[in-house]
Design a binder for this molecule. Structure first.
Ligand SMILES: Nc1ncnc2c1ncn2[C@@H]1O[C@H](COP(=O)(O)OP(=O)(O)OP(=O)(O)O)[C@@H](O)[C@H]1O
Ligand SMILES: [Mg+2]
Length: 263
């Protein structure tokens, strides 16, 4: 069995299949207190396998972004545990957490979080520049070309459309080849063609490069690119699909909508 080598020079060695890139165990997150108290995550247990592409779906407010933020060490947790590899995030000090995020995690935010004073290219390479790492030029070129930014590298975010800014954010996460990428609706601002390209690229980076990707999406077609879909509702995992098709995801979403209306 051999993978298509979309990324020349990048070996795709056989890996132990059961390796886990990130893991939540009885993870809880509570915001506020008394009358403003919100249980955003209610004892969530889930594993994100290495070199797997996982989609997270669920209604607005179900806890999708919160789960990603807690797993990426961007938000504290209220109970249980969040681990990247074998590292328990709650056990890390601020400096160690910053280093772990910088070296091992790529995050694509729902809002793109680009630095306004830097060009597109500078934004893309920023995490590596901070870490003092040189980008793999061939990989960087491949990423930039795939997200269609070759002609916009010297533009600043204010000079880019929303879709282009999102593509910079996607390229930034991919460029450093982190151990795990968390993407919060990475195609939410893209037209369907750019969206399909980005999704295809994410999937290919999983297949050929053993990249691990966890992606929030509302779009069944986008979820169809993943190896697995997890459905959240009210801060709990309520369903899981393997090797999903867009149709299967849509069916499942309809089922939840119907349940939601009758309960
Ligand atoms: N900083 C915060 N302070 C208080 N409550 C919060 C905060 N962030 C999120 N919440 C609450 O936690 C719950 C889960 O929010 P979250 O952003 O994870 O939802 P989501 O599934 O990502 O929704 P969407 O699809 O709209 O992005 C919501 O009820 C939200 O109001
Ligand atoms: Mg969200």
């Amino acid at each position: 069995m051999s993978h298509a080598t979309a990324f020349p020079g990048s070996p795709a060695p056989a890996r132990a299949t059961a390796a886990v890139a990130a893991r939540a165990t009885d993870l809880s997150k509570v915001y506020g207190r008394d009358e403003t108290r919100v249980v955003a995550l209610d004892s969530v247990s889930v594993e994100f396998g290495k070199a797997r592409f996982t989609a997270i779906m669920g209604p607005s407010g179900s806890g999708k972004s919160t789960l990603m933020h807690c797993m990426a060490g961007l938000d504290s947790i209220s109970g249980g545990s969040a681990r990247i590899g074998d590292v328990e995030l709650a056990s890390l000090g601020d400096k160690q957490l910053t280093r772990l995020r910088r070296d091992k995690i790529g995050f694509i935010f729902q809002a793109f979080n680009l630095l306004p004073t830097l060009t597109a290219l500078e934004n893309i390479t920023l995490p590596m520049d901070i870490a003092g790492r040189k980008p793999d030029q061939q990989w960087l070129n491949n990423v930039i070309e795939t997200v269609g930014l070759s002609g916009r590298l010297t533009h600043r975010p204010a000079q880019l459309s929303g879709g282009q800014q999102q593509r910079v954010a996607v390229a930034r996460a991919l460029a450093a080849q982190p151990e795990i990428i968390f993407a919060d609706e990475p195609t939410g601002n893209l037209d369907s063609r750019s969206g399909a390209e980005v999704l295809g690229f994410l999937r290919e980076s999983v297949r050929a490069m053993d990249q691990t990707v966890v992606m929030v999406t509302h779009d069944p077609v986008a979820a169809g690119y993943a190896d697995r879909v997890i459905f959240l509702a009210d801060g709990r995992i309520v369903e899981e699909l393997h090797e999903p098709t867009a149709d299967a995801v849509l069916d499942r979403m309809r089922l939840f909508d119907a349940k939601g209306r009758t309960s």
